[in-house]
Design a protein around this ligand. Sequence first.
Ligand code: GTP
Ligand code: MG
Length: 190
Amino acid sequence: ENYDMVFKIVLIGDSFVGKSNILSKYLKNEFNEDSKATVGVEFGSKSFSIDNHSIKAQIWDTAGQERYKAITNAYYKGALGAFLVYDITRKETFDSVDKWIPELKANGSKNMSILIIGNKSDLEDKRQVTKEDGEQKAANYGVAFMETSAYNGENIEVAFDTMVKGIYEKCHKELEENKEVDIQEKGIEI
Ligand code: GTP
Ligand code: MG
């Protein structure tokens, strides 16, 4: 298949924050209560049409565990976007954002679109990180922020749409100014 553009987007963040479930919820509307830790790298993709350009969003998912760090370089290579995920019920995963950001800056492309995600927003009673703290941290780094739930689907599509549109707009900034972006989903490939 031919696409006008392919957007590589990576999921990063500590282990067990819900990266794989965010992806499966988005692509398959599936949530897995006891999903296993990701081994190696998994992929999924979705195609879009924006302003009559066919675009493939190729999403990469890997394990948050320290021991998989060796794959870092290949993982980030050519990525135009990154979802940096933490778990709102575990403060330490939020603190880890401060470790992931420099890693992204060191390995990612210069004007990568970064979206920090506070996942598991359905677990309000177990919350350890306020939404305001999430917003503040993202603002400090000058990146976007959103809370999501892979469990009930809150903001999952919004997060991916925001990312894809953001990358597209960056690509076209110099070409088309102040143009409304028309985005349509065209299909899923797993
Ligand atoms: P690694 O692959 O080890 O890096 O983990 P991961 O970030 O891919 O996490 P995964 O998607 O495997 O989810 C970890 C656990 O959290 C699983 O038990 C999921 O069911 C659960 N989980 C993920 N997202 C949510 C969510 O939004 N809400 C709730 N309640 N549980 C979630
Ligand atoms: Mg995983």
